[in-house]
Design a protein around this ligand. Structure first.
Ligand SMILES: NC(=O)c1ccc[n+]([C@@H]2O[C@H](COP(=O)([O-])OP(=O)(O)OC[C@H]3O[C@@H](n4cnc5c(N)ncnc54)[C@H](OP(=O)(O)O)[C@@H]3O)[C@@H](O)[C@H]2O)c1
Length: 494
Protein backbone atom coordinates (compact mmCIF):
# COMPACT_ATOMS: atom_id res chain seq x y z
CA UNK A 1 0.00 0.00 0.00
CA UNK A 2 2.65 2.47 0.87
CA UNK A 3 6.23 2.77 -0.27
CA UNK A 4 6.95 5.30 2.46
CA UNK A 5 9.04 4.67 5.51
CA UNK A 6 7.45 5.42 8.86
CA UNK A 7 9.32 8.72 9.05
CA UNK A 8 8.16 9.73 5.55
CA UNK A 9 4.58 8.97 6.50
CA UNK A 10 4.89 11.22 9.52
CA UNK A 11 6.21 13.92 7.24
CA UNK A 12 3.23 13.60 4.90
CA UNK A 13 0.97 13.61 7.89
CA UNK A 14 2.51 16.76 9.22
CA UNK A 15 2.02 18.42 5.88
CA UNK A 16 -1.60 17.44 5.77
CA UNK A 17 -3.12 16.35 9.03
CA UNK A 18 -6.18 15.01 7.18
CA UNK A 19 -4.21 12.07 5.86
CA UNK A 20 -5.75 10.19 2.94
CA UNK A 21 -4.74 7.08 1.09
CA UNK A 22 -3.75 9.18 -1.89
CA UNK A 23 -1.27 11.19 0.10
CA UNK A 24 0.37 8.05 1.32
CA UNK A 25 0.47 6.21 -1.95
CA UNK A 26 1.75 9.19 -3.89
CA UNK A 27 4.89 10.26 -2.10
CA UNK A 28 6.06 13.75 -2.90
CA UNK A 29 9.38 13.90 -4.54
CA UNK A 30 9.65 17.67 -4.41
CA UNK A 31 12.10 18.68 -1.76
CA UNK A 32 11.92 21.87 0.20
CA UNK A 33 14.48 24.31 -1.20
CA UNK A 34 17.35 24.89 1.23
CA UNK A 35 17.42 28.24 2.97
CA UNK A 36 20.24 30.56 2.10
CA UNK A 37 21.47 34.04 3.00
CA UNK A 38 22.10 35.70 6.33
CA UNK A 39 19.76 34.95 9.22
CA UNK A 40 18.28 38.21 10.36
CA UNK A 41 16.84 38.10 13.84
CA UNK A 42 13.53 39.75 14.26
CA UNK A 43 13.50 42.44 16.92
CA UNK A 44 10.54 42.37 19.27
CA UNK A 45 7.76 44.56 18.00
CA UNK A 46 7.35 47.59 20.20
CA UNK A 47 3.89 48.93 20.73
CA UNK A 48 3.70 52.55 19.86
CA UNK A 49 0.38 53.32 21.52
CA UNK A 50 0.59 55.67 24.42
CA UNK A 51 -0.91 54.77 27.79
CA UNK A 52 -1.75 56.96 30.72
CA UNK A 53 0.13 55.23 33.52
CA UNK A 54 -0.84 57.59 36.28
CA UNK A 55 -1.85 55.59 39.33
CA UNK A 56 -5.32 56.97 39.60
CA UNK A 57 -6.20 56.26 36.00
CA UNK A 58 -5.83 52.50 36.33
CA UNK A 59 -8.67 50.50 37.87
CA UNK A 60 -7.96 48.00 40.65
CA UNK A 61 -9.02 45.07 38.60
CA UNK A 62 -9.58 44.13 34.98
CA UNK A 63 -9.93 40.82 33.19
CA UNK A 64 -6.15 40.84 32.71
CA UNK A 65 -4.85 41.91 36.13
CA UNK A 66 -5.51 42.71 39.76
CA UNK A 67 -3.62 45.79 40.99
CA UNK A 68 -4.85 47.11 44.37
CA UNK A 69 -4.10 50.78 45.04
CA UNK A 70 -2.20 49.95 48.26
CA UNK A 71 0.23 47.70 46.33
CA UNK A 72 1.22 50.44 43.90
CA UNK A 73 4.63 51.98 44.19
CA UNK A 74 5.64 55.44 43.24
CA UNK A 75 5.95 56.51 39.61
CA UNK A 76 9.64 57.26 39.12
CA UNK A 77 9.92 57.39 35.34
CA UNK A 78 8.37 59.71 32.81
CA UNK A 79 6.43 57.79 30.20
CA UNK A 80 9.08 58.35 27.52
CA UNK A 81 11.81 57.09 29.86
CA UNK A 82 9.68 54.13 30.84
CA UNK A 83 9.19 53.32 27.14
CA UNK A 84 12.91 53.54 26.53
CA UNK A 85 13.67 51.36 29.56
CA UNK A 86 11.19 48.76 28.33
CA UNK A 87 12.55 48.85 24.75
CA UNK A 88 16.12 48.45 25.94
CA UNK A 89 15.08 45.58 28.22
CA UNK A 90 13.32 43.80 25.37
CA UNK A 91 16.50 43.98 23.32
CA UNK A 92 18.82 42.67 26.01
CA UNK A 93 20.67 39.46 25.24
CA UNK A 94 20.36 36.63 27.76
CA UNK A 95 22.18 34.03 25.67
CA UNK A 96 24.86 33.32 28.26
CA UNK A 97 25.16 34.15 31.97
CA UNK A 98 28.02 36.58 31.22
CA UNK A 99 26.14 38.50 28.53
CA UNK A 100 22.97 38.48 30.64
CA UNK A 101 24.83 39.83 33.68
CA UNK A 102 26.60 42.68 31.90
CA UNK A 103 23.47 43.59 29.90
CA UNK A 104 21.28 43.61 32.99
CA UNK A 105 23.82 45.70 34.92
CA UNK A 106 23.93 48.25 32.11
CA UNK A 107 20.16 48.33 32.00
CA UNK A 108 19.69 48.83 35.75
CA UNK A 109 22.35 51.57 35.72
CA UNK A 110 20.61 53.34 32.85
CA UNK A 111 17.20 53.13 34.51
CA UNK A 112 18.73 54.46 37.74
CA UNK A 113 20.08 57.48 35.85
CA UNK A 114 16.72 58.08 34.15
CA UNK A 115 14.87 57.78 37.44
CA UNK A 116 17.37 60.03 39.21
CA UNK A 117 18.06 57.30 41.78
CA UNK A 118 21.75 56.54 41.46
CA UNK A 119 22.92 53.35 43.10
CA UNK A 120 20.64 50.48 43.95
CA UNK A 121 16.98 50.43 42.99
CA UNK A 122 14.34 47.78 42.89
CA UNK A 123 14.01 44.86 45.22
CA UNK A 124 16.93 42.80 46.48
CA UNK A 125 16.07 39.11 46.45
CA UNK A 126 18.19 36.80 48.59
CA UNK A 127 17.97 33.07 48.01
CA UNK A 128 19.77 29.97 49.08
CA UNK A 129 21.40 27.54 46.70
CA UNK A 130 20.83 23.91 47.65
CA UNK A 131 23.75 21.78 46.59
CA UNK A 132 22.81 18.13 46.11
CA UNK A 133 24.78 15.76 48.32
CA UNK A 134 26.38 12.78 46.57
CA UNK A 135 25.06 9.31 47.48
CA UNK A 136 26.52 8.02 50.74
CA UNK A 137 26.98 11.48 52.29
CA UNK A 138 24.75 12.61 55.15
CA UNK A 139 21.85 14.62 53.76
CA UNK A 140 21.68 12.74 50.47
CA UNK A 141 18.14 12.07 49.31
CA UNK A 142 17.16 9.90 46.35
CA UNK A 143 15.27 12.81 44.78
CA UNK A 144 18.52 14.81 44.57
CA UNK A 145 20.17 12.06 42.60
CA UNK A 146 17.69 12.20 39.74
CA UNK A 147 19.97 14.20 37.40
CA UNK A 148 22.71 11.63 37.95
CA UNK A 149 20.37 8.80 37.05
CA UNK A 150 19.90 10.34 33.63
CA UNK A 151 23.69 10.70 33.27
CA UNK A 152 23.72 13.85 31.19
CA UNK A 153 27.25 13.24 30.00
CA UNK A 154 26.19 10.24 28.00
CA UNK A 155 23.08 11.87 26.54
CA UNK A 156 23.43 13.55 23.20
CA UNK A 157 20.87 16.13 22.38
CA UNK A 158 20.60 17.21 18.81
CA UNK A 159 22.25 20.63 18.73
CA UNK A 160 20.03 23.49 17.73
CA UNK A 161 21.53 25.93 15.27
CA UNK A 162 22.31 28.92 17.43
CA UNK A 163 20.89 32.30 16.66
CA UNK A 164 23.94 33.88 15.15
CA UNK A 165 23.27 37.54 15.86
CA UNK A 166 23.96 39.49 19.01
CA UNK A 167 25.80 36.70 20.75
CA UNK A 168 29.23 36.49 22.21
CA UNK A 169 30.66 33.05 21.51
CA UNK A 170 32.49 31.83 24.54
CA UNK A 171 35.60 29.75 24.15
CA UNK A 172 35.16 26.26 25.39
CA UNK A 173 38.47 24.50 25.53
CA UNK A 174 37.07 21.23 26.75
CA UNK A 175 34.62 20.97 23.85
CA UNK A 176 36.64 22.56 21.11
CA UNK A 177 36.04 19.56 18.83
CA UNK A 178 32.32 20.09 19.13
CA UNK A 179 32.67 23.80 18.45
CA UNK A 180 34.31 23.07 15.14
CA UNK A 181 31.08 21.47 14.03
CA UNK A 182 28.88 24.27 15.32
CA UNK A 183 27.35 26.05 12.35
CA UNK A 184 28.02 29.50 13.77
CA UNK A 185 31.68 28.85 14.32
CA UNK A 186 32.66 27.45 10.96
CA UNK A 187 34.28 30.26 9.04
CA UNK A 188 35.01 29.53 5.42
CA UNK A 189 37.63 31.68 3.81
CA UNK A 190 35.57 34.04 1.67
CA UNK A 191 36.04 33.58 -2.04
CA UNK A 192 36.69 36.78 -3.98
CA UNK A 193 33.23 36.69 -5.55
CA UNK A 194 31.55 36.52 -2.15
CA UNK A 195 33.42 39.55 -0.90
CA UNK A 196 31.32 41.87 -3.02
CA UNK A 197 28.17 40.26 -1.67
CA UNK A 198 29.57 40.73 1.82
CA UNK A 199 30.26 44.38 1.12
CA UNK A 200 26.77 44.91 -0.29
CA UNK A 201 25.28 43.29 2.82
CA UNK A 202 27.36 45.57 5.03
CA UNK A 203 26.27 48.70 3.17
CA UNK A 204 22.64 47.71 2.89
CA UNK A 205 22.36 46.65 6.52
CA UNK A 206 24.02 49.89 7.59
CA UNK A 207 21.55 51.81 5.44
CA UNK A 208 18.60 49.98 6.94
CA UNK A 209 19.96 50.50 10.42
CA UNK A 210 20.76 54.14 9.72
CA UNK A 211 17.33 54.80 8.29
CA UNK A 212 15.72 53.45 11.45
CA UNK A 213 18.01 55.17 13.88
CA UNK A 214 16.38 57.85 15.95
CA UNK A 215 18.33 61.07 15.69
CA UNK A 216 18.18 64.34 17.54
CA UNK A 217 16.35 66.87 15.35
CA UNK A 218 18.73 68.91 13.25
CA UNK A 219 17.12 72.14 14.53
CA UNK A 220 18.11 71.27 18.08
CA UNK A 221 21.61 70.39 16.89
CA UNK A 222 21.96 73.74 15.11
CA UNK A 223 20.59 75.79 18.01
CA UNK A 224 23.02 74.11 20.35
CA UNK A 225 25.95 74.58 17.94
CA UNK A 226 25.11 78.27 17.63
CA UNK A 227 25.85 78.65 21.33
CA UNK A 228 29.37 77.29 20.90
CA UNK A 229 30.84 80.78 20.47
CA UNK A 230 31.29 80.83 24.23
CA UNK A 231 33.84 78.01 23.92
CA UNK A 232 37.31 79.54 23.79
CA UNK A 233 40.71 77.95 23.43
CA UNK A 234 39.60 74.36 22.95
CA UNK A 235 42.44 71.94 22.26
CA UNK A 236 41.53 68.90 20.18
CA UNK A 237 43.13 65.89 18.51
CA UNK A 238 41.40 64.65 15.36
CA UNK A 239 42.74 61.35 14.07
CA UNK A 240 41.46 60.84 10.52
CA UNK A 241 40.30 64.37 9.67
CA UNK A 242 41.92 64.81 6.27
CA UNK A 243 38.61 63.66 4.81
CA UNK A 244 34.96 62.77 5.49
CA UNK A 245 33.41 62.69 8.94
CA UNK A 246 36.53 63.97 10.72
CA UNK A 247 37.06 66.81 8.26
CA UNK A 248 33.47 68.07 8.40
CA UNK A 249 33.51 67.94 12.21
CA UNK A 250 36.75 69.88 12.58
CA UNK A 251 35.42 72.48 10.10
CA UNK A 252 32.31 72.91 12.22
CA UNK A 253 34.56 73.41 15.24
CA UNK A 254 36.57 76.09 13.43
CA UNK A 255 33.38 77.84 12.30
CA UNK A 256 31.79 77.83 15.75
CA UNK A 257 34.40 78.35 18.46
CA UNK A 258 36.98 80.95 19.44
CA UNK A 259 40.74 80.33 19.00
CA UNK A 260 40.69 76.52 18.83
CA UNK A 261 44.00 74.64 18.56
CA UNK A 262 43.68 71.36 16.73
CA UNK A 263 46.02 68.52 15.79
CA UNK A 264 45.02 66.58 12.66
CA UNK A 265 46.58 63.17 12.08
CA UNK A 266 46.52 61.45 8.68
CA UNK A 267 48.74 59.95 5.98
CA UNK A 268 47.96 62.11 2.99
CA UNK A 269 50.12 65.26 3.05
CA UNK A 270 48.28 66.97 0.15
CA UNK A 271 44.93 66.58 1.82
CA UNK A 272 46.48 67.52 5.17
CA UNK A 273 47.90 70.76 3.79
CA UNK A 274 44.66 71.62 1.99
CA UNK A 275 42.62 71.25 5.14
CA UNK A 276 45.13 73.26 7.17
CA UNK A 277 44.72 76.24 4.84
CA UNK A 278 40.91 75.83 4.68
CA UNK A 279 40.66 75.81 8.46
CA UNK A 280 42.88 78.87 8.79
CA UNK A 281 40.59 80.76 6.45
CA UNK A 282 37.57 79.71 8.52
CA UNK A 283 39.01 80.96 11.81
CA UNK A 284 41.92 83.40 11.80
CA UNK A 285 42.57 83.01 15.52
CA UNK A 286 42.56 79.24 15.22
CA UNK A 287 45.68 77.11 15.08
CA UNK A 288 45.98 73.83 13.21
CA UNK A 289 48.89 71.40 13.20
CA UNK A 290 48.97 68.52 10.69
CA UNK A 291 50.88 65.42 11.79
CA UNK A 292 51.55 63.06 8.93
CA UNK A 293 51.55 59.50 10.23
CA UNK A 294 50.11 56.07 9.38
CA UNK A 295 48.30 55.11 12.58
CA UNK A 296 47.95 51.45 11.64
CA UNK A 297 51.27 51.11 13.49
CA UNK A 298 50.92 51.51 17.24
CA UNK A 299 54.53 52.70 17.40
CA UNK A 300 53.44 55.69 15.27
CA UNK A 301 50.52 56.34 17.59
CA UNK A 302 52.95 56.51 20.50
CA UNK A 303 55.16 58.95 18.59
CA UNK A 304 52.23 61.23 17.76
CA UNK A 305 51.06 61.20 21.37
CA UNK A 306 54.57 62.07 22.62
CA UNK A 307 54.71 65.00 20.20
CA UNK A 308 51.37 66.31 21.46
CA UNK A 309 52.25 65.73 25.12
CA UNK A 310 55.33 67.91 24.71
CA UNK A 311 53.21 70.82 23.52
CA UNK A 312 49.97 70.61 25.50
CA UNK A 313 48.87 70.59 29.12
CA UNK A 314 45.21 69.78 28.45
CA UNK A 315 43.17 68.18 25.69
CA UNK A 316 39.44 68.88 25.54
CA UNK A 317 38.47 66.50 22.77
CA UNK A 318 39.83 63.40 21.08
CA UNK A 319 37.91 62.55 17.91
CA UNK A 320 38.77 59.20 16.32
CA UNK A 321 37.67 58.52 12.75
CA UNK A 322 40.64 56.99 10.93
CA UNK A 323 39.29 54.22 8.72
CA UNK A 324 39.19 52.78 5.25
CA UNK A 325 37.12 50.31 3.29
CA UNK A 326 38.76 47.21 1.94
CA UNK A 327 37.70 43.90 0.46
CA UNK A 328 40.93 42.22 1.39
CA UNK A 329 41.14 39.49 3.94
CA UNK A 330 43.45 39.70 6.92
CA UNK A 331 46.35 41.99 6.13
CA UNK A 332 48.93 42.07 8.88
CA UNK A 333 51.00 45.11 9.74
CA UNK A 334 54.64 44.56 10.78
CA UNK A 335 53.30 44.61 14.36
CA UNK A 336 51.20 41.51 13.63
CA UNK A 337 47.77 43.17 13.80
CA UNK A 338 45.29 43.22 10.95
CA UNK A 339 45.51 46.70 9.42
CA UNK A 340 41.77 47.36 9.44
CA UNK A 341 41.46 46.30 13.07
CA UNK A 342 44.53 48.36 13.94
CA UNK A 343 43.04 51.53 12.41
CA UNK A 344 39.45 51.00 13.57
CA UNK A 345 40.15 49.80 17.06
CA UNK A 346 43.66 49.20 18.42
CA UNK A 347 45.15 52.57 17.43
CA UNK A 348 42.08 54.35 18.79
CA UNK A 349 42.39 52.66 22.15
CA UNK A 350 46.10 53.48 22.20
CA UNK A 351 45.42 57.17 21.47
CA UNK A 352 42.82 57.32 24.22
CA UNK A 353 44.95 55.58 26.82
CA UNK A 354 48.13 57.54 25.97
CA UNK A 355 46.34 60.89 26.03
CA UNK A 356 44.14 60.28 29.07
CA UNK A 357 46.42 62.27 31.42
CA UNK A 358 45.92 65.37 29.25
CA UNK A 359 42.21 64.66 28.72
CA UNK A 360 41.59 64.24 32.44
CA UNK A 361 43.58 67.42 33.09
CA UNK A 362 40.77 69.22 31.23
CA UNK A 363 38.03 67.55 33.28
CA UNK A 364 39.96 68.26 36.50
CA UNK A 365 39.86 71.95 35.55
CA UNK A 366 36.06 71.64 35.10
CA UNK A 367 36.45 72.02 31.35
CA UNK A 368 35.10 70.06 28.42
CA UNK A 369 36.59 66.56 28.28
CA UNK A 370 35.35 64.18 25.57
CA UNK A 371 36.47 61.14 23.58
CA UNK A 372 34.44 59.98 20.57
CA UNK A 373 35.17 57.01 18.36
CA UNK A 374 33.10 56.90 15.19
CA UNK A 375 32.50 53.40 13.95
CA UNK A 376 29.28 51.44 13.96
CA UNK A 377 27.68 51.31 17.41
CA UNK A 378 24.56 49.18 17.08
CA UNK A 379 26.06 46.72 14.57
CA UNK A 380 27.36 44.37 17.23
CA UNK A 381 27.66 40.71 16.26
CA UNK A 382 29.31 37.47 17.33
CA UNK A 383 32.82 37.74 18.61
CA UNK A 384 35.35 34.99 19.24
CA UNK A 385 36.80 35.40 22.68
CA UNK A 386 39.38 32.75 21.80
CA UNK A 387 40.48 34.72 18.72
CA UNK A 388 39.87 38.39 19.45
CA UNK A 389 42.46 39.48 16.90
CA UNK A 390 40.86 37.23 14.26
CA UNK A 391 44.14 35.61 13.39
CA UNK A 392 42.30 32.43 12.39
CA UNK A 393 38.70 33.44 11.71
CA UNK A 394 38.95 36.64 9.69
CA UNK A 395 36.04 37.73 7.51
CA UNK A 396 34.85 41.27 6.83
CA UNK A 397 31.75 40.62 8.93
CA UNK A 398 33.76 39.23 11.82
CA UNK A 399 36.20 42.15 11.57
CA UNK A 400 33.35 44.66 11.84
CA UNK A 401 31.68 42.76 14.67
CA UNK A 402 34.92 42.50 16.66
CA UNK A 403 35.85 46.16 16.20
CA UNK A 404 32.34 47.28 17.14
CA UNK A 405 31.98 45.08 20.23
CA UNK A 406 35.52 45.85 21.39
CA UNK A 407 34.87 49.58 20.91
CA UNK A 408 31.72 49.26 23.06
CA UNK A 409 33.75 47.62 25.81
CA UNK A 410 36.53 50.18 25.39
CA UNK A 411 34.21 53.16 25.96
CA UNK A 412 32.45 51.36 28.84
CA UNK A 413 35.74 50.59 30.53
CA UNK A 414 37.29 54.01 29.98
CA UNK A 415 34.10 55.70 31.18
CA UNK A 416 34.28 53.77 34.43
CA UNK A 417 38.00 54.48 34.86
CA UNK A 418 37.71 58.17 33.99
CA UNK A 419 34.25 59.31 35.12
CA UNK A 420 35.07 63.00 34.55
CA UNK A 421 35.35 62.44 30.78
CA UNK A 422 32.46 61.66 28.41
CA UNK A 423 33.10 58.74 26.06
CA UNK A 424 30.97 57.84 23.04
CA UNK A 425 31.01 55.19 20.37
CA UNK A 426 29.11 56.81 17.55
CA UNK A 427 27.39 55.56 14.40
CA UNK A 428 26.09 58.34 12.18
CA UNK A 429 24.28 56.12 9.66
CA UNK A 430 25.62 56.12 6.13
CA UNK A 431 27.50 59.27 5.21
CA UNK A 432 28.72 60.05 1.71
CA UNK A 433 32.49 60.37 2.14
CA UNK A 434 35.72 59.17 0.60
CA UNK A 435 35.66 55.96 2.66
CA UNK A 436 35.76 53.78 -0.49
CA UNK A 437 38.77 55.57 -1.99
CA UNK A 438 41.12 52.61 -1.47
CA UNK A 439 38.89 50.16 -3.37
CA UNK A 440 39.39 49.22 -7.00
CA UNK A 441 37.79 51.33 -9.77
CA UNK A 442 34.81 49.05 -10.57
CA UNK A 443 33.88 48.64 -6.90
CA UNK A 444 34.12 52.41 -6.36
CA UNK A 445 31.84 52.87 -9.35
CA UNK A 446 29.35 50.35 -7.94
CA UNK A 447 29.36 52.19 -4.62
CA UNK A 448 28.88 55.53 -6.40
CA UNK A 449 25.80 54.12 -8.15
CA UNK A 450 24.51 52.70 -4.87
CA UNK A 451 25.05 56.07 -3.15
CA UNK A 452 23.08 57.87 -5.86
CA UNK A 453 20.20 55.39 -5.57
CA UNK A 454 19.99 55.67 -1.80
CA UNK A 455 20.84 59.38 -1.62
CA UNK A 456 17.57 60.36 0.14
CA UNK A 457 18.37 58.08 3.06
CA UNK A 458 21.98 58.95 3.67
CA UNK A 459 23.46 61.77 5.68
CA UNK A 460 25.35 64.47 3.85
CA UNK A 461 28.81 64.99 5.17
CA UNK A 462 28.19 68.56 6.30
CA UNK A 463 25.25 67.52 8.48
CA UNK A 464 27.40 64.72 9.86
CA UNK A 465 29.91 67.42 10.89
CA UNK A 466 27.20 69.44 12.62
CA UNK A 467 25.92 66.38 14.44
CA UNK A 468 29.35 65.26 15.61
CA UNK A 469 30.24 68.77 16.75
CA UNK A 470 26.99 68.68 18.77
CA UNK A 471 28.10 65.36 20.24
CA UNK A 472 31.44 66.93 21.16
CA UNK A 473 29.97 69.97 22.87
CA UNK A 474 26.38 69.43 23.98
CA UNK A 475 25.34 68.56 27.52
CA UNK A 476 23.22 65.80 26.04
CA UNK A 477 26.32 63.64 26.39
CA UNK A 478 27.68 64.33 29.87
CA UNK A 479 30.46 62.47 31.60
CA UNK A 480 29.42 59.96 34.24
CA UNK A 481 30.64 62.33 36.93
CA UNK A 482 30.90 65.68 35.20
CA UNK A 483 32.20 68.34 37.55
CA UNK A 484 29.83 71.15 38.31
CA UNK A 485 30.61 73.98 35.95
CA UNK A 486 32.25 71.75 33.35
CA UNK A 487 31.94 73.81 30.25
CA UNK A 488 29.64 72.09 27.80
CA UNK A 489 26.71 73.58 26.01
CA UNK A 490 23.28 73.21 27.45
CA UNK A 491 21.21 70.58 25.78
CA UNK A 492 18.48 72.41 23.99
CA UNK A 493 15.23 70.55 23.86
CA UNK A 494 12.40 71.09 21.45
N1 LIG B 1 30.99 57.00 5.78
C1 LIG B 1 30.11 56.25 6.39
O1 LIG B 1 29.03 55.97 5.90
C2 LIG B 1 30.40 55.73 7.76
C3 LIG B 1 29.34 55.27 8.51
C4 LIG B 1 29.59 54.80 9.78
C5 LIG B 1 30.87 54.77 10.28
N2 LIG B 1 31.89 55.20 9.51
C6 LIG B 1 33.24 55.14 10.08
O2 LIG B 1 33.70 56.45 10.29
C7 LIG B 1 35.11 56.51 10.14
C8 LIG B 1 35.45 57.65 9.18
O3 LIG B 1 34.91 57.36 7.92
P1 LIG B 1 34.78 58.43 6.76
O4 LIG B 1 33.54 58.07 6.06
O5 LIG B 1 34.98 59.80 7.27
O6 LIG B 1 36.00 57.98 5.83
P2 LIG B 1 37.06 58.86 5.02
O7 LIG B 1 36.41 60.02 4.40
O8 LIG B 1 37.76 57.91 4.13
O9 LIG B 1 38.04 59.34 6.18
C9 LIG B 1 38.89 58.42 6.79
C10 LIG B 1 40.07 59.14 7.37
O10 LIG B 1 40.90 58.17 7.98
C11 LIG B 1 42.27 58.49 7.66
N3 LIG B 1 43.03 57.24 7.67
C12 LIG B 1 42.74 56.06 7.09
N4 LIG B 1 43.71 55.19 7.32
C13 LIG B 1 44.64 55.81 8.05
C14 LIG B 1 45.89 55.42 8.59
N5 LIG B 1 46.38 54.20 8.42
N6 LIG B 1 46.60 56.32 9.30
C15 LIG B 1 46.12 57.58 9.49
N7 LIG B 1 44.94 58.00 9.01
C16 LIG B 1 44.21 57.13 8.29
C17 LIG B 1 42.19 59.09 6.27
O11 LIG B 1 43.28 59.99 6.10
P3 LIG B 1 44.54 59.74 5.14
O12 LIG B 1 44.03 59.12 3.90
O13 LIG B 1 45.11 61.09 5.00
O14 LIG B 1 45.41 58.82 5.92
C18 LIG B 1 40.90 59.89 6.35
O15 LIG B 1 41.14 61.16 6.86
C19 LIG B 1 35.53 55.14 9.64
O16 LIG B 1 36.02 54.40 10.71
C20 LIG B 1 34.25 54.52 9.16
O17 LIG B 1 34.25 53.13 9.29
C21 LIG B 1 31.69 55.70 8.26
Amino acid sequence: MSALSEADEDYVYLLNPIRTERHISAPRTRRKPGLSGPIVTRQPRIKTASFDLSTSSQPDRSQHYTWPINSRGQIVLEEKDYTRARDVLLRLDFATPEVATTGTKRWTDEVAVMAGTPGQWGQRIVGEKVTPKPPGEPGHTPAQSIPNVLDLTSMRKKRKVENAQNRVLLPNASTSDVNVLNGTMIRKKPKPDTLLAELATLIISSLIFGANAEMVSIDIVRQSNEGAKELTGLVGVFVGATSGIGESTVKELFKRTVRPRIYIVGRNADRGNRIVSELRSLNEGGEVIFIQRDVSLLAHVDEVCKEIEQKEKKIHMLFLTAGFMSLRGRNETPEGIDKKMAVNYYSRMRFAINLMPLITAASAASELSRVITVLAAGSEGDIRLDDLELKHNFTLHACLAHCVVMSDFMVEELASRYPGTAFSHSYPGTVKTGIASELSGPVRLAIKVLYSVVAPWILNVQESGERHFFQLTSQAYPAARARAGQRALTWLTA
